[in-house]
Design a binder for this molecule. Structure first.
Ligand code: FES
Length: 103
């Protein structure tokens, strides 16, 4: 499957992703700028903050409670904000597009 990250300079980076990984891990493995994953995927740092494209909002599901708590204390949060360590890749997300917010 493929995932496209829209970077802070508005260029895009499309990468291959194996199903079953955290989207944050996919980004870090591919050195996507602006996704650091400092807490290792525990929804505790917000260095994996992304905005999910409208057509992918439903497929990526709801925020977890830990994620919501972190986002409540994060700058630049919008309705489409997610911590991408809380999104697991699967084939249904093939073609996913997210915008990197950065921290
Ligand atoms: Fe820390 Fe996602 S990696 S909140």
């Amino acid at each position: 499957m493929e995932v496209t990250f829209v970077l802070q300079d508005k260029t895009t980076r499309t990468v291959e992703a194996e199903p079953g990984w955290k989207l944050m891990e996919v980004a870090v493995d591919n050195a996507v700028p602006g996704i650091d994953g400092d807490c290792g995927g525990e929804a505790a740092c917000a260095t994996c903050h992304v905005y999910v494209s409208p057509q992918w909002r439903e497929a990526t599901g709801e925020r977890t409670s830990d994620e919501q708590a972190m986002l409540d204390n994060t700058f630049g949060v919008r309705e489409d904000s997610r911590l991408c360590c809380q999104i697991t890749t699967d084939e249904e997300l093939d073609g996913l597009i997210v915008e990197v917010v950065g921290s």
